[in-house]
Design a protein around this ligand. Structure first.
Ligand SMILES: Nc1ncnc2c1ncn2[C@@H]1O[C@H](COP(=O)(O)OP(=O)(O)OP(=O)(O)O)[C@@H](O)[C@H]1O
Length: 662
């Protein structure tokens, strides 16, 4: 029985379409179960309909906020403001504008999305507390506008039959069905059903996005914007889009609210609403798919039912004057939960599952055999690949001409020339502070040169932003590995595909069949890359749990996922032991054999000698020597720059040892 269940689970895991279908079915069943009291003969009580409606409204707003807070790590205290915009705009357009209610609802979402995007454009250069403060101010501002702007003030207490003559609105007619008068409390049965259907659709799209390359791009932004740009993501545009999407989801919550409560008053949309939504995300587990869903249910039940009443009574029995009422108890429970489970309820459970999973998933991997060396298949692949290279070695891929970069009074790179040919490895060496990393940063657009030109295949790239340079065929790794530490090895490699930067939101949301196909291709390629770099069997481990050597291999696999024509490796051997360095050398030779051009910034001279075709030595920002590895490493000026002593005192051609960063 158990074996069958495990087999079944494995089958489901391997079939994404089946898994997604089961997810939607499960959601649908829960929604159906939740709507039954409302649809039964007697009907749902007003109180229960409002609890259910609140759960739906907070849930949809919370999953939208999760894009910002959980994935992109942009803490927004403004989700309540977009909730309010959705509620008021849909009510106002229906009531005062005389719009068809459905059209008014759609327009309300568009208005919220546009306001969200404009706010993002104005504030997205900010991060951390500054961004949170801006969103807090927006929440307060929106509440004040609702209180003080006369046309909206008239909506308070809606439906106000005296002001609007709208005692009983016409039913909404949709697909031949008639929904009971909208915005009118007391007859909410089919309104609840409609809300549940919209909720299931919204959650399905939310899950699709979270698990897609679009979701990965947000997590990349949350980890490091520098990294995200090097994965081909237009960070600014993606943050604006994420804010707009989150705002629309917030507004959907407001639209739900209006339909269920049929009552608008500004106090319902103050800062506590924003706090409730963000708490739902954090309590459930920011960044997880299920977290905000679970968090919303828990927080609304705690706030709106009397589950905590026995605790209040128990305290009162001890002291009539000193006790915590429901809001105080909710606060205390939240603090305790987050103290025990900092990743939230769902995040905490997932963390536990991960802790026990590696042993099972990697039971077939022998720690040292599988871990330290590429598999036999990879070795075989290597032999085939190490046949003569197809590139001529004469095709110029990258040219750097007279590039200069200054930081204040310091010239970090001073008139450097460099040529990298297709399929060749070009090593950049030089003592600490020579300007090597700055040159790599100039090539990938982190800095713009003050003077000079950089061109890839003859096309100038020195004025292009990083994400465009990456998309034109350059990939890189970093001096200190930049990985998604809490995500699996496989997810890290998947984030390297160009799709992370180019997938449109609507395609991620809808997840059309073409996306399933693309996902399968990316996963197959990911498996090949992991085998190539010696990470086979590590797919499901957390990247942060890998050894330093494996982390560097993972960074290389991720960089290779974009299928670059030039790979820049910044000190790939730093922190590796001798065996790991030798393995890295073998990997680089295999990549070179495949025709991949590389720039390697490195201090490890054995590795440089082993893999490079040309070497450029920099010192104090300038090129000191350039040529074949043996010539450059034996150059007395290079020896002197490294050892800090006159080369005359050294025996000619003495092997150069690293003196720094060992
Ligand atoms: N963003 C920056 N702002 C100011 N100074 C910088 C910046 N980046 C680099 N520098 C300076 O530019 C010089 C060159 O630094 P760079 O990191 O390029 O050297 P490097 O050759 O890569 O050294 P290492 O081998 O230690 O990595 C150093 O003096 C450094 O302090």
């Amino acid at each position: 029985m158990m074996a069958r269940l495990t087999e079944l689970a494995a089958t489901v895991r391997k079939r994404p379409a089946l898994r997604d279908l089961l997810w939607v079915l499960a959601l649908g069943l829960i929604a159906f179960w939740a709507s039954r009291p409302a649809m039964s003969g007697e009907g749902i009580t007003l109180a229960d309909s409002q609890i259910l409606g609140s759960i739906c409204a907070i849930m949809v707003a919370a999953v939208g906020l999760n894009f910002l807070v959980g994935h992109a790590r942009l803490v927004s205290l403004g989700q309540g403001a977009f909730f309010a915009i959705g509620a008021y705009a849909s009510a106002w357009l229906t009531l005062d504008g005389g719009w068809h209610p459905l059209l008014a609802m759609v327009a309300a979402l568009v208005i919220a999305g546009v306001i969200g995007a404009l706010l993002a454009m104005a504030s997205m250069r900010l991060r951390g507390p500054s961004f949170a403060m801006i969103t807090l101010v927006v929440t307060i501002l929106v509440e004040r506008i609702l209180v003080e702007w006369a046309p909206l003030g008239r909506l308070s207490g809606y439906p106000n039959t005296l002001d609007h003559g709208s005692g009983l609105l016409e039913p909404i007619k949709v697909f031949g069905m008639e929904l009971d008068p909208p915005l009118f409390a007391g007859i909410p049965a089919d309104v609840i059903l409609a809300i549940l259907i919209v909720l299931v659709v919204a959650l399905y799209g939310y899950r699709n996005v979270s698990q897609s390359s679009w979701g990965r791009s947000l997590r990349a932004i949350g980890t490091s914007e520098h990294l995200a740009a090097h994965l081909g993501v237009n960070v600014y545009a993606r943050k604006v889009a994420a804010m707009a999407v989150a705002s629309v989801y917030g507004a959907v919550g407001g639209v739900f609210y209006v339909q269920v409560f049929a009552h608008l008053q500004p106090e319902s949309f103050n800062i506590y609403l924003s706090i409730t939504i963000i708490l739902a995300v954090m309590l459930g587990g920011a960044g997880t798919v299920l977290g905000p869903i679970v968090g919303s249910i828990v927080i609304v039940l705690l706030q709106q039912t009397d589950v905590l009443q026995p605790l209040v009574t128990a305290q009162k029995n001890i002291s009539e004057s000193w006790y915590l009422s429901t809001p105080g108890l909710i606060g205390l429970l939240l603090i305790l939960t987050l103290a025990v489970l900092p990743q939230g309820l769902v995040g905490g459970v997932q963390g536990l599952v991960h802790r026990f999973r590696p042993a099972a998933v990697n039971a077939d991997v022998e720690p040292d055999a599988g871990a330290a060396a590429p598999t036999a298949e990879a070795a075989e692949m290597t032999e085939q690949e190490e046949s003569p290279r197809e590139t001529s070695g004469e095709d110029v891929l990258l040219t750097v001409r007279g590039v200069r970069r200054m930081f204040g009074g310091l010239t970090a790179v001073d008139g450097v020339d460099l040529t990298v040919r297709a399929g060749q490895v070009h090593a950049l060496i030089g003592p600490n502070g020579a300007g090597k990393t700055t040159l790599a940063n100039l090539i990938t657009g982190v800095y713009a040169p003050n003077e000079g030109e950089i061109a890839l295949r003859g096309q100038r790239i020195d004025t292009a932003p990083t994400y465009r340079i990456i998309r034109s065929g350059i990939a890189r790794t970093f001096q200190t590995p930049l990985l998604f530490g809490h995500e699996t090895v496989e997810e890290n490699v998947l984030s390297g595909f160009a799709h992370t930067g180019t997938l449109p939101f609507w395609k991620a949301w809808l997840k059309l069949p073409s996306e399933y196909r693309r996902d399968r291709v990316m996963r197959e390629r990911t498996a090949e890359l992991m085998e190539l770099v010696g990470l086979k069997g590590f797919e499901h481990l957390e990247a942060g749990s890998l050894s330093y050597g494996k982390q560097r291999a993972l960074e290389i696999a991720r960089a290779l996922a974009s299928d670059p024509s030039l790979l820049i490796l910044d000190e790939p051997a730093a922190g590796l032991n001798t065996a790991e360095t030798a393995e890295l050398g073998q990997l680089m030779l295999r990549l070179r054999a495949r025709g991949l051009a590389m720039i390697i910034v490195e201090h490890h001279m054995e590795l440089v000698t082993m893999v490079s075709d040309e070497v450029t030595c920099m010192n104090t920002g300038s090129v000191l020597a350039h040529g074949k590895p043996a010539e450059v490493l034996a150059d007395p000026h290079v020896v002197e720059a490294y050892l800090g002593v006159s080369a005359v005192a050294e025996p000619a051609g003495a092997p150069l040892e690293r003196t720094d960063n060992a």
